[in-house]
Design a protein around this ligand. Structure first.
Ligand SMILES: [Zn+2]
Length: 364
């Protein structure tokens, strides 16, 4: 920690001298000033007296980053380092005392979804907006759902985004317009921001060209994954097997080349395939039954609509409506007062080879 209690006030580690009585402002236990050559000075608890408001272990990155972030955000007002919040039993790395307060969390060490959710909920109880700024450990990761579900948030001008603080270059990397291709790849745009006004301004150059594979390419990919018995595809193939279908033979009209919010796990198309196969097994279904089936299909493809900081349900419902429109236009579905009536099934190919033969026959 950078701030300790001393006499009747607080003292910054950079201004402290060794050997005096310093205490943790949260638990009032004695803390020791550490002064090493590679790491800026900081206070630490004795290992025998752990703190109930322990933050993450202090590293050079975390210590430097906290101060840099305090400077970065100071255009909005004075930033208090390591603000103790007794009401929610949390210590914010940085705190801006605004009408709508802002908390800064510089996350360098691993943390669970539950911990992020708990801290975020705590800040929300105080009417405070938390910024989660991620350290190098997270910056090195390829975009993935675990990262997105814990830390992604909506910011004006950036859409759904992740914020990475680069200590060595004192700048913010914004991975913005986070999306997912219809085949399941997570994509984003990148911008580097060196001032708060740039962050507020939003992205200036934004051109999302999401590369979605074509239909033939995607089927070939699925075919190869099946042959290799890729574990991720197993639950999907198992679900389809019971309906007499193979994933590579999915009906043409289920193909999509759009991108969506990143909630579809292994991809929008696979979700469409499973849900359609299940719908075709029904004679009719209520709206509730359909919604449940749709949700189950989402879990088969490892999709999730709830994240700590955003709700994917609206997007999910929109995609569900789109699919129902496709199936209605294809003539296998019509709406009734209570739900939906099913009139048959779409044309599925037996497998990839069968689809290729038909494809050639039809001269596509
Ligand atoms: Zn303490």
């Amino acid at each position: 920690m950078l701030i300790a209690a001393h006499m009747s006030g607080l003292i910054d580690a950079s201004e402290a001298t060794r050997g005096l009585d310093y205490r943790c402002p949260a638990c009032q236990q004695p803390v020791v000033l550490h002064h090493r050559s590679q790491i800026p000075p900081y206070f630490a608890h004795h290992p025998q007296t752990p703190c109930h408001l322990a933050g993450e272990g202090e590293t050079r990155q975390h210590l430097l980053g906290k101060r840099q972030l305090a400077t970065f955000f100071s255009d909005w007002g004075p930033v208090t380092l390591e603000r103790i919040l007794p009401a929610i039993q949390q210590r914010a790395d940085g705190w801006l005392d605004l009408p709508h307060p802002i908390a800064l969390e510089f996350q360098c060490s691993p943390t669970s979804r539950a911990a992020v959710a708990q801290r975020t909920a705590g800040y929300q109880r105080l009417g405070c907006y938390p910024f989660w700024l991620l350290g190098s450990r997270y910056a090195q990761q390829k975009l993935n759902w675990r990262l997105i579900e814990r830390f992604a948030c909506w910011l004006t001008g950036w859409d759904l985004c992740l914020l990475f603080w680069e200590v060595d270059r004192r700048r913010l990397r914004v991975a913005h317009h986070l999306r997912q291709t219809a085949t399941g790849t997570y994509v984003s745009e990148t911008a580097w921001v060196i001032s708060l006004s740039e962050l507020v301004a939003g992205s200036t150059q934004f051109k999302t060209v999401v590369q979605n594979p074509g239909q033939k390419q995607y089927r070939a990919y699925l075919n190869q994954a099946l042959r290799r018995a890729t574990p991720a595809l197993r639950p999907i193939q198992e679900a389809l097997y019971l309906t007499g279908h193979q994933v590579t033979g999915f009906p043409d009209c289920l193909m999509a080349t759009t991108s969506t919010a990143p909630i579809f796990g292994q991809g929008l198309i696979l979700w469409r395939i499973i849900l359609t196969a299940w719908i075709e097994e029904q004679a009719d279904m209520t709206f509730v039954q359909l919604a449940e089936m749709s949700q189950r299909a989402l879990s088969v493809v490892n999709g999730q609509t709830t994240a700590v900081r955003f709700d994917g349900q609206p997007v999910f419902r929109r995609e569900q409506r789109k699919l129902l429109t496709i199936l209605t236009q294809a003539g296998i579905l019509s709406s009734t007062v209570q739900g939906w009536q099913v009139h048959g099934h779409l044309k599925w190919a037996r497998d990839y080879t069968d689809w290729l033969e038909n494809d050639e026959k039809n001269g596509r």
